[in-house]
Design a protein around this ligand. Structure first.
Ligand code: PLP
Length: 392
């Protein structure tokens, strides 16, 4: 069965991912099982997606109930779950309005379009440039790839969308030197995820906000990876007290169902009028009903508090590993978004972890990224630490 599927996959699936030779069949909580029945503790969670773990009973129930009632009617009509989900997000964030779509890239695409339209509508047509950060990641569509500050994933796709400038992350002076009357927006991740798990200095976001205000530019936070509790606050911007004008969400919002969202303050959001942006599937009833349940569980069960506490514990244990192994160069992160940089290739370690029953992800070639479900406990963390200690 397993070999059959892998053989088939190698023939019929686009070769964009290099995958390990297992086939994952089911999941429950922080565990998944392959087709041989072997269990794994999941420290990837679908890349910071399944924050409530796999097959959460309340989310499954919400999904199935809505599936019985109504799948889809398009955005030509009002539907209840979409409005309820938007209301929850508005009540719990800086934002006034929400545009739903199907992925992170689409959410950033909407943010880029909104920022441009905002100034075009205001008769500031020369204001279209967007400043992004080196090592940033904003998605794989042409516009979001244009906004991404990593050459290795952009290779071969030029020419890119016109109007993107790059400055180093966590360098307010560099931003001050670049921002100006042609800048319509600055886009950044409050903590860089894909780029290596990089946290800025505590006052950096405040400086960025001030520079945007002075230049009259909008501030976009890409919270696709950091949002919905991952960093120990509902949104990562809340650590800094700095509010953006536009924020994008995706990954954990649907706990595995495809959904993205672009949130904005009223004066910015109003640049999108009837017909100015659209999507067939965005915010469809089944997905939004499940996402609303995800958010209810997260708030009712104090999942974000658990993330903060268990994240601190995880960090402490990883620092202990670092103190024992010279090959661990750095441990950094916040909440349950943690990177461990090695002075060796990460892939052999990932493979050994897999053998021992742990799913772990490696980014930038040498940094293990730990983004487990936010419901993870000390026992699971202890067993991973023990495994890593042995391997290292
Ligand atoms: C994952 C991610 C994206 C892209 O999301 P997709 O759903 O894969 O399109 C964009 N920005 C950040 C910060 C991400 O982590």
């Amino acid at each position: 069965m397993k070999n059959n599927i892998i053989e088939k996959a190698e023939k019929v699936i686009a070769a964009t991912y290099k995958r390990p030779p297992i086939v994952i069949e089911k999941g429950k909580g922080c565990m998944v099982w392959d087709t041989e029945g072997k269990p794994y503790i999941d420290f990837v969670a679908g890349v910071a997606v399944c924050s409530l773990g796999h097959a959460h009973p309340r989310v499954v129930k919400a999904l199935c109930s809505q599936a019985d009632l109504l799948f889809h009617v398009s955005n030509l009509y009002y539907t209840i779950p979409q409005v309820e989900l938007a209301s929850w997000l508005v009540e719990n964030s800086f934002a006034d309005r929400v545009f739903f779509c199907n992925s992170g890239a689409e959410a950033n695409e909407a943010a880029i379009k909104l920022a441009r339209k905002y100034f075009n509508g205001n008769d500031e047509k020369g204001r279209y440039r967007i400043i992004s950060m080196e090592r940033s990641f904003h998605g794989r569509t042409m516009a979001t790839l244009s906004a991404t500050g990593q050459d290795k994933i952009k290779k071969g796709y030029d020419p890119f969308l016109e109007g993107f400038d790059f400055v180093p992350f966590n360098d307010a002076e560099a931003l001050a030197g670049r921002i100006g009357p042609s800048t319509c927006a600055v886009i950044l991740e409050p903590v860089q995820g894909e780029g290596g798990v990089r946290c800025p200095d505590p006052d950096y976001l405040q400086k960025v906000r001030k520079l945007c205000d002075k230049a009259g530019a909008l501030l976009i936070f890409d919270e696709i990876q950091t949002g919905i509790g991952r960093t120990g606050r509902l949104f990562a911007y809340q650590h800094s007290g700095v509010e953006p004008d536009i924020m994008t969400l995706a990954k954990a919002l649907g706990n595995g169902l495809p959904i993205g969202a672009m949130l904005a303050k009223e004066h910015v959001a109003s640049a999108f009028g009837h017909g100015s942006h659209a999507t067939t599937f965005g915010g469809t009833p089944v997905i939004t009903a499940a996402a609303l349940e995800v958010l209810k569980v997260i708030s009712e069960e104090k999942i974000v508090d658990n993330c903060r506490k268990i994240g601190a514990y995880f960090m402490e244990r990883l620092l202990w590993l670092k103190s024992r192994h010279a090959s661990v160069k750095d441990v950094r992160g916040v909440g349950l978004l943690i990177g461990m940089e090695l002075d060796v290739e990460g892939e052999p370690l990932v493979n050994k972890c897999l053998e021992k029953g742990f799913l772990v992800n490696c980014i930038q070639g040498n940094t293990l990224r730990f983004v487990p479900p936010l419901i993870i406990g000390r026992e699971e963390i202890d067993s991973l630490i023990e495994c890593l200690d042995e391997i290292l």
